[in-house]
Design a protein around this ligand. Structure first.
Ligand SMILES: CC(C)(COP(=O)(O)OP(=O)(O)OC[C@H]1O[C@@H](n2cnc3c(N)ncnc32)[C@H](O)[C@@H]1OP(=O)(O)O)[C@@H](O)C(=O)NCCC(=O)NCCS
Length: 178
């Protein structure tokens, strides 16, 4: 996709990132009396990638390191106008590569949309590990539980994801994805 650039998030990207996540009902929120234990309470900027197209932020993908080679994906979302254009695949691939370089061997992902669950399994080799009840309305409101997906990162290679040249992924700065 000419013109789409993937790079690490900067703090000043936060307003647009929150707008994008809010659109999908996925914005992190602080704990409150109504929601004492939010599904997501923060976004770790250093662990977050964004996609920029024609100067506009159109995608975001983050992750959380839990230690002992275990990590969790977080906050993957693409602007509605850009769905189906591989922005999500590129963001997912780049974060998996970075997790691998940080020694992660097992990744957990919670998803609720059937087509997205299928996408994770088909494109990246996840398996379904179970389900978990949502703590509150988050993501797709009509689904009250997460499908818990797991990926063995020791067996995953970016070559298994299509149309991504990830040779220059690691390191600061940005690179064009074409
Ligand atoms: C999951 C998500 C990030 C994927 O982003 P994306 O940029 O659409 O991803 P891709 O283009 O790489 O792949 C999407 C698939 O849907 C297909 N698709 C085509 N047109 C589409 C459209 N208009 N809308 C949605 N999907 C479409 C694509 O062809 C592709 O299928 P394929 O893998 O067989 O080619 C995006 O769907 C999204 O933001 N969903 C809502 C939030 C969400 O559920 N996030 C995940 C939380 S775990």
């Amino acid at each position: 996709m000419p013109g789409v650039v993937i790079r690490k998030m900067h703090e000043d990207d936060r307003p647009r990132v929150m707008e994008l996540l809010s659109f999908w009902n996925m914005a992190p929120r602080a704990a409150s009396p109504e929601i004492p234990d939010p599904e997501r309470s923060s976004l770790i900027v250093e662990h977050t990638f964004i996609a920029i197209a024609d100067g506009t932020l159109v995608g975001v993908a983050s992750y959380i390191l839990h230690g002992n080679g275990f990590a969790e994906t977080a906050s993957l979302a693409v602007d509605k106008a850009w769905l189906g254009t591989k922005v999500g695949e590129r963001l997912q691939t780049i974060r998996l590569i970075e997790m691998q370089t940080r020694g992660v061997v097992r990744v957990r992902t919670e998803a609720d949309r059937p087509e997205v669950i299928d996408w994770y399994i088909r494109k990246f080799g996840y398996r379904i590990a179970g389900t978990a009840r949502k703590k509150h309305d988050f993501g797709l409101s009509s689904v009250d539980h997460w499908t818990v997906l797991e990926l063995n990162l020791t067996a995953w290679h970016p070559a298994s994801s299509h149309s991504n040249d990830m040779s220059s992924v690691v390191g600061p700065g940005s690179f064009p994805t074409s």
